[in-house]
Design a protein around this ligand. Structure first.
Ligand SMILES: [Zn+2]
Length: 252
């Protein structure tokens, strides 16, 4: 069994055909899926999806592209104590389209990290062109995963020291991703999980299509090659890693 640790099931590309999406996942032995939120408006839909499907869990968070949102309004005790909520995410920093709202992003990021500490929940971190600030702000007393990890070894080393996991997405399979494969070759196998980040980043050979959980198997095959282990062994290791990362998840 594989676990897709990060797939936006509430996205319009998937939510209208969720039964089909989840059936194709089950056929590919993708047994559990974690649905993150980025837009706070999606939180009710993420909770409903996790309630409806036994094998779907949620992480709740506000993405830096919604930096003006007030975390306390959405990350309430009631939401975070929901039995299917396993962490806080995706949260972080993104300066890719400019850093003019960097202060608002940092404030939102810090507020959500504080909430994670208070609740003892792991975090799923998004970081893009903001590695230095991310490393400075994530200092020690919170743990979690660097989601869709494409940053270099420098940040990886720092975050390994702080107990973080690293999630490989379909980008690992792209032809021009030698640097990402190199980084994952160095990350210890017991700190890796996988994800689709659907509907984005469909792996080879599905590029250009809407990415769904079943495709996480293609990323896993490339990772197995990088790590020099067979698929059954890799699947077992990744599953155990996911349960260590998200202790609130129920085993299948
Ligand atoms: Zn995402």
């Amino acid at each position: 069994m594989l676990i897709d640790t990060h797939c936006h099931l509430t996205d319009a590309a998937m939510c209208d055909n969720l039964d089909g999406v989840l059936r194709r996942a089950a056929d590919a032995d993708v047994g559990q899926i974690i649905c993150p939120t980025d837009d706070p408006a999606d939180i009710p839909a993420a909770l409903r999806t996790a309630e409806k499907y036994d094998n779907v869990f949620a992480t709740i968070g506000i993405h830096p592209e919604h930096a003006d949102a007030d975390a306390t309004e959405y990350l309430t005790d009631a939401v975070l104590n929901h039995p299917k909520v396993v962490g806080i995410g995706e949260i972080g920093l993104d300066y890719h389209y400019g850093a003019d709202n960097r202060h608002a992003q940092i404030e939102l990021f810090r507020a959500q990290l504080e909430t994670a500490r208070k609740h003892g929940l792991p975090v799923a971190i998004h970081t893009r062109d903001a590695e230095q600030d991310t490393a400075e702000i994530l200092h020690g007393d919170v743990r979690g995963v660097m989601h869709c990890y494409t940053s270099g070894w420098d940040l990886a080393k720092k975050m390994l020291d702080r107990g973080f996991f690293f999630s490989a997405s379909g980008i690992l399979t792209f032809k021009n991703s030698d640097a990402v494969r190199e980084t994952f070759s160095k990350i210890p196998i017991d700190r890796i999980v996988i994800e689709t980040d659907g509907p984005y980043c469909a792996p080879v050979p599905h590029r250009g299509t809407s990415c769904e959980p079943f495709m996480v198997a293609d990323t896993a095959r490339v990772l197995a090659g990088i790590k020099g282990v067979g698929m059954p062994e890799l699947a077992h290791i990744l599953t155990e890693n996911t349960y260590r990362l998200y202790p609130r998840m129920r085993r299948l």
